[in-house]
Design a protein around this ligand. Sequence first.
Ligand code: NAD
Ligand code: DAU
Length: 393
Amino acid sequence: MGMEAPVPQDDKQRPNDRTFVFRAPEELDGRPAQKRIATNNMQSRTILITGGAGFIGSHLIRLFVNKYPHYRIVNLDALTYAGNLENLRDVEQATKYSFIKADIRDADVLSQLFAEHNFDSVIHLAAESHVDRSISNPMAFVQTNVIGTVNLLNVAKTAWKGKFEGKRFYHVSTDEVYGSLHDGGFFTEETSYDPKSPYSASKGASDHFVRAYGNTYNLPFVISNCSNNYGSHQFPEKLIPLMIHNLREGKPLPVYGKGENVRDWLWVEDHARAIDVVFHEGKDGETYNIGGHNEWKNIDLIHVLCSVMDKKLGRTAGESAKQITYVTDRAGHDLRYAIDASKIDRELGWKPSITFEDGLEQTVDWYLANDQWLRDVTTGAYREYYDEQYAKR
Ligand code: NAD
Ligand code: DAU
């Protein structure tokens, strides 16, 4: 691809071998944990997946429906601005898959669904997920991320009536609960919580509630905390799809502050694979950090994206980068996130499978090939959101 290598981070800070290792799927399948999955997944399961019409949820549903066709999978999603059934067109006809439009803030509806479907597992992804929106409207994050999660915990506890054999409540969380790294180092599963935005505070609170239900009522749970995801079907409020969209439209690329904030990027399909491994093989009561070993300063990432877009759109080298515009920083902007994902590698045999260069190129290709998808999600409400966030920035 001829891209520049990722910005070198301080290797001396690295707690273990973070060298990126590409493993072919067959090689991964040979690892012990993967072999165990092959036997663990023979039984039939009835899984409630929340937030399955969103970005990560839709990739997870696709993986599960194709890989475990004998599982009964119910996708519960309120279809907020971020939920989109177009994301699931290719799997919606699968025999054991169904979709229910419902809101996790509604405890009565959740109770009815548990009674009707007899779920043995929950994989909970539904959330308000965008930091900038949490700054403008924190209460929506309390309602969905905290109260919605506690509703689900309560309903699962009540429905399972203390008979927890074969049951599992999996909460999909974020590395943002650990706060911001300023002096090097990495987030491990032992790092103290120090959330800094209303979004991360709400996710931190929901993690605490999940652990409290485990400790107090013995509810069998597992939590994973993941770094920034990128890939197809991501709503264009997040950095990478927003930049791709603006690049195509010839609009400014709004870089917050000096663009020096660092994020660790993981391809969304690798996150879905990690959730699969943790769901089937993770130990009750444990937390697993998931990351891409792939740190980038925002401004460097945007330059790489611009050079990919130059090639894809047949522009002369450097043309797309002229759209870069520095804008007022995000309030309380976390400087750096970086995940130590050695536990999930060591204990469950999971690693990222593709390089950032390949993942980014595939991502750009998907957005360019799915222009209609992008147009459909950037109509009226999106324009209002965009004006509100960026017009006076
Ligand atoms: P997303 O915003 O793309 O999707 C969220 C989904 O939840 C949408 O389909 C939405 O309709 C649904 N939803 C929102 N409120 C709901 C409610 N009250 N009831 C039912 N459904 C509701 O988010 P995402 O990026 O796919 O993130 C999924 C989960 O993963 C979130 O819990 C997020 O905190 C976590 N996470 C995301 C990332 C990331 O980089 N995107 C990284 C780590 C963890
Ligand atoms: O770390 C995991 C988290 O990653 C998830 O829990 C969140 O759900 C997800 O939204 C993401 O949070 P970030 O705030 O890191 O992602 P976002 O794409 O919004 O921003 C990435 C970086 O880019 C961040 O430093 C802010 C910056 N940025 C973002 C936007 C949207 C810009 O400079 N300009 C922009 O227009």
